[in-house]
Design a binder for this molecule. Structure first.
Ligand code: UDP
Ligand code: MG
Length: 339
């Protein structure tokens, strides 16, 4: 298990910090977008796991503007089961924001974030809680395998984690999704980060606090289809890099510098060449090559700057992250686990 941050109360003793389980509250946050096929299976599995725990608990579903019957199913579920709380966003805002909306409304001691599609096995929750009992504030599940995903997806994901690890200021753990447990103070910290471009894995790492990885085997999607395609993944990767690193801007600077140095050296060579041998050929091909090369380089550098300027534009507007259509959340889970 990978650990980071100081472990509170770990002065050589391995005793667990005592928690008053009966008064501890737990909320499982589930962002859901067009997940009608899996919702019932998910709720059954999550409830089964939570019922076995000694805490007071709640499952907070965030309907991220689904176009299928996810919304009505969730409201029905809330009618039937007092453990269910539902938030509905006014439209589809994307997973990162749906998740943030859930975190904004989860007022419990512990919050667990899990995907709706059952790729994150709810049965791992007790292990995440063990991590909390050892004194960690953020306990994240780390994938050992990714079932049901093509080698290309796995290869690109791995390359992405390596790249982000190299360029960003915070060390984002690899093969980690959003499936994790957060203590209240970690949740309160995450809530303070209100940026529009939300790379949650980075945000969770940025807040710090003692963090622990719990390895697991990732299942394939139970039903339904992934909401990701390669264009979205590419943009997600861009988000990850630009939110936590200014390395691409530096790359533009140094790329420009290198090409300027090269041009300078080439210029000197041309002068000497002309002085020694005279102007043998008009030099059209080399001129064209250099012009095209520099033109391309400049456009690319402007594009890189543009990526950042565009993001600044989005942040400067200061819009709310999301708008709510429905809010069926009690401030704290008033319900006690039926024993
Ligand atoms: N999701 C969401 N809003 C979106 C896209 C996805 O709330 O716009 C939810 C989705 O319902 C699921 C989770 O985010 O619970 C992960 O989505 P998905 O399984 O499509 O992503 P993947 O597992 O392929 O990374
Ligand atoms: Mg999934």
């Amino acid at each position: 298990m990978a650990r980071s941050g100081a472990r509170p109360g770990a002065n050589g003793d391995t005793t667990t910090i005592s928690h008053d389980d009966a008064s501890t509250t737990l909320c499982v946050v589930v962002p859901a977008y067009n997940e009608q096929e899996v919702l019932h299976a998910l709720h059954a599995r999550v409830s089964a796991v939570l019922r076995a725990l000694p805490f007071r608990w709640q499952v907070l579903y965030v309907n991220d503007g689904s176009r299928d019957s996810t919304g009505t199913m969730l409201l029905q579920l809330a009618e039937q089961d007092p453990h269910v709380a539902v938030l509905e966003l006014s439209r589809n805002f994307g997973k990162e924001i749906a998740l943030s909306a859930g975190l904004d409304h989860a007022e419990t001691d512990l919050v667990i974030v899990i995907d709706a599609d059952l790729q994150d096995p709810p049965e791992l929750i007790p292990q995440l809680i063990d991590g909390w009992r050892q004194g960690y504030d953020v306990v994240y599940a780390q994938r050992l395998t990714r079932a049901g995903e093509s080698w290309f997806k796995r290869a690109t994901a791995s390359a992405f984690y390596r790249l982000v690890g190299r360029v960003s200021h915070v060390k984002i753990p690899r093969d980690t999704g959003d499936f994790r447990l957060l203590t209240r103070r970690a949740v309160l910290a995450v809530r303070q980060l209100r940026e529009q471009h939300r790379f949650m894995k980075g945000i969770f790492t940025w807040v710090g606090f003692p963090q622990l990885a719990v390895p697991y085997h990732r299942d394939a999607r139970q039903a339904g289809t992934t909401k990701w395609n390669y264009w979205k993944l590419w943009n997600f990767a861009l988000e990850g890099i630009t939110s936590f690193s200014t390395a691409p801007l530096k790359l533009a600077t140094y790329g420009g510098l290198a090409s300027a140095l090269f041009s300078f050296a080439y210029g000197i060579y041309m002068v000497i060449d002309t002085l020694l041998f005279g102007n043998r050929v008009p030099g059209y091909p080399s001129l064209m090559t250099v012009m095209l090369f520099l033109g391309g380089l400049q456009l690319m550098a402007i594009g890189v700057v543009g990526e950042y300027v565009g993001r600044m534009f989005d942040e400067v507007k200061g819009r709310p992250l999301y708008l709510l259509k429905t809010c069926r959340v009690s401030p704290a889970p008033a319900t006690t686990a039926p024993r």
